[in-house]
Design a protein around this ligand. Structure first.
Ligand SMILES: *Cc1c(COP(=O)(O)O)cnc(C)c1O
Length: 392
């Protein structure tokens, strides 16, 4: 505790006050457990906010970091290295998309996706198609902290202090098909969604809403952009959460051939390299037509180290059958939570897919109390999100 107090005092003087940290100093992780400075062991239900998909100290990650750091950590994107194409092949095969750009973080991937959507609309206009520059995003959305990302993120306190943010964004009520239809027009260049909202409270899009978003976008040439930064890479039991959404009937896009509602662009980040920062934008050949050399780039994105680790993560997910494991353990966990909910009125809802699960509590106060109690017992590390923190 002495060490924690010293660190806390130093941070209070030296860091920007952006975080309200919990008073725990972690020193080590093993599998699904985190261990603090006193040796207390927590079952980690937070996973570094959906990042540590293989758990702590996984040998495949240790091995990839050691091997790649001895060979090459960084070269810049001015040269080739072995990792990007190999990783891009794994990602395109598993997502049904065609091309990849590697970034460093979620928000950076999302910024790039927004840029591709604007550039693609510009390309269509140059070809004589009438299409505007507006984005439709969803209420309760979260897409990151940089300017484009906050402009499409719903919570006012993330956005408004930094105004003016990127113009041309309108928010649609979550899963409200009539509101989506009313706000969509050929002024819209992209519809932006999370298949399952993460920070917004682990809320899946309805089949009807998602199918309508796909159909509306296809009707004008607008792009359907799905943020899988939190839900993707196997957490829900499939590589991407959008793959849970089946199709009925013919689609005027790729969906008919893949069998699920297929986005034009998706973004991945959090767990993709098992804790090493890496983000990815995946898109169709059609969306990629808008991008030419020099239009977009990054110094660090897709470096040899991050790519080597991401390849090792994907291979481990497959070798250890972790998609199936997420489904089975998630179903068990949800069943246990439902049993608890049937005995406690304060648990209003239990929902999610695979290991992306929420138990919604009656009130914000109760949720905060529950989390505080879990931390005090030093057994569980929970994830708390306030889905009803309304915009003033
Ligand atoms: C975390 C998150 C982001 C932002 O990712 P960063 O790596 O923190 O920039 C974007 N979208 C979703 C859905 C997220 O959960």
């Amino acid at each position: 505790m002495i060490k924690l107090d010293r660190i806390r005092a130093a941070e209070e003087r030296l860091l920007l006050p952006t975080y309200e940290r919990n008073p725990i100093l972690f020193v080590r992780g093993e599998g699904v457990h985190l261990i603090d400075e006193n040796g207390d062991r927590y079952l980690d239900l937070l996973s570094g906010i959906g990042v540590n998909a293989l758990g702590y100290a996984h040998p495949a990650i240790e091995e990839a970091i050691a091997r790649q750091s001895r060979a090459l950590i960084h070269t810049s994107n001015l040269f080739y290295h072995e990792g990007q194409a190999e990783l891009a092949l794994r990602l395109t095969e598993r997502t049904g998309l065609d091309r990849v750009f590697f970034a460093n973080t979620g928000t950076e991937a999302w910024e790039g996706a927004m840029k591709i959507a604007r550039a693609h609309a510009g390309l269509l206009r140059s070809e004589g198609i009438q299409i505007g520059t507006k984005f439709l995003a969803l209420e309760q959305s979260f897409h990151g902290r940089t300017f484009g990302s906050v402009s499409t993120t719903y919570k006012a306190k993330y956005r408004e202090p930094f105004g003016p943010v990127v113009p041309g964004v309108e928010f649609v009520r979550f899963n409200d098909v009539a509101d989506l239809r009313a706000k969509f027009s050929n002024e819209v260049c992209a519809i932006l969604v999370e298949a399952i909202q993460g920070e917004g409270g682990i809320r899946p899009l309805s089949q009807e809403f998602f199918a309508e978003a796909r159909a509306l976008a296809s009707s004008t040439g607008a792009l359907l952009v799905v943020d899988e930064i939190q839900a993707g890479m196997g957490r829900t039991g499939k590589w991407c959460a959008y793959q849970h959404y089946g199709i009925s009937g013919a689609h005027a896009d790729r969906s008919s051939s893949v069998g699920w509602i297929q986005p034009d662009i998706t973004t991945l980040a959090k767990p993709i390299a098992g804790g090493i920062p890496l983000g990815a934008i995946l898109c169709t050949e059609e969306a990629a037509r808008a991008i030419h050399p020099g239009m977009h780039g990054t110094t660090f994105g897709g470096g040899p180290l991050a790519c080597a680790v991401a390849i090792a993560v994907i291979d481990a997910i497959e070798k250890e059958n972790l998609l199936q494991n997420a489904t089975e353990v998630g179903d068990y966990f949800q069943a246990q939570l439902r049993a608890l909910a049937s005995r406690h009125d304060a648990i209003k809802d239990v929902r999610g897919k695979g290991l992306m699960i929420a138990a919604e509590l009656d009130s914000a106060d109760l949720a905060k109390l529950t989390v505080a109690e879990m931390l005090k017992r030093r057994q569980f590390l929970p994830y708390l999100t306030m889905m009803r923190e309304e915009n003033e």
